[in-house]
Unconditional design. Sequence first.
Length: 330
Amino acid sequence: MDRFRAFRIHQVDGHIEPRLETLTLDDLSPGDVVIRGEWSSINYKDALAATGRGRILRRFPLVGGVDIAGEVLSSADPRFRAGDRVAVLGCGLSETHDGGFSEIARVPGEWVIPLPGGINTRTAMAIGTAGFTAALAVHRLERNDQHPGLGPMLVTGATGGVGSMAVSLLADRGYEVVALTGKPEQAADYLGQLGARRLLDRNTIEMGRRPLEKIQWGGAVDNLGGEVLAWLTRTTAFHGNIASIGLAAGTSLETTVMPFILRGVSLLGINAVELPRSVREEVWARLAGDLAPAHLELIVQREVSLESLPGSFEGYMDGSVTGRTVVRLS
Ligand SMILES: NC(=O)c1ccc[n+]([C@@H]2O[C@H](COP(=O)([O-])OP(=O)(O)OC[C@H]3O[C@@H](n4cnc5c(N)ncnc54)[C@H](OP(=O)(O)O)[C@@H]3O)[C@@H](O)[C@H]2O)c1
């Protein structure tokens, strides 16, 4: 394919301008593996990048999209051959390197993950960075001795991509999952089907102010940051873990050392973008095995094309989006 279409983000007079363009391979960032894109997905970060609401791209122009899955067309890296089905998630896509909203991608072989058996390219993108991040959080929580006996797990931003996957994965593993959401009425059925036992309305929670509040959670997966994360530190059980993933509500964290030194609470930082390859492969193997998401088709709420991408980001910015969006590339 000499010429192909891509969703490329420009900066013009300080403003972000995404355009659907026709490119050639020479237009793309260098790399030793060329992939024919089959599927991509939309993540919160893609919406920040495409709307200009967050500083994600570190140079311009760049093809957007932090995820891609497809077929290897050619490879100078001996680990891959034409015809292999692979995925690239995070690494530098749509930050420093042309990304996944493209019919063709060219990337360093070190970033390429061969898809484990049972995971096709659409499934890989239904999971995408959001699902992979939720699985990485569960992996790290349990490595740090989280178990259902510690008490209920609270998932915040529960209807989002990471949240939906976290609710489903944790419920499947026998945790009593409580979902914190800004849309308790609209999403009650959805979250119940994913396995949430109880819903909390994020607009009405009483957070208290003391350094330690009554214990409510065995642990948590937090997508929001800010005062909700601070409240979680004050209300998590002895030796419980909080996986800090996101910043949908803010980047601040005002708490004290009391939860850490008096209750032994652990705050686990989750970074799914820059991760040792060995851990990435281990989590993918688990996603094809004991962490295989049971409700993936329910979580995929939308399928869009490259042409309809420009109108697909606003729901991520106003928090109205539910579940995951996959992008059909070819
Ligand atoms: N650390 C990492 O490696 C990593 C990887 C992937 C994502 N992330 C981060 O994780 C977070 C979630 O990502 P995602 O892809 O799941 O995003 P998403 O699909 O847009 O979901 C975010 C959810 O957060 C809630 N929310 C949105 N705006 C909010 C606001 N202003 N205040 C409070 N809650 C709000 C909404 O859920 P409810 O209505 O149900 O509350 C929304 O559905 C983002 O901050 C993203 O940047 C981090």
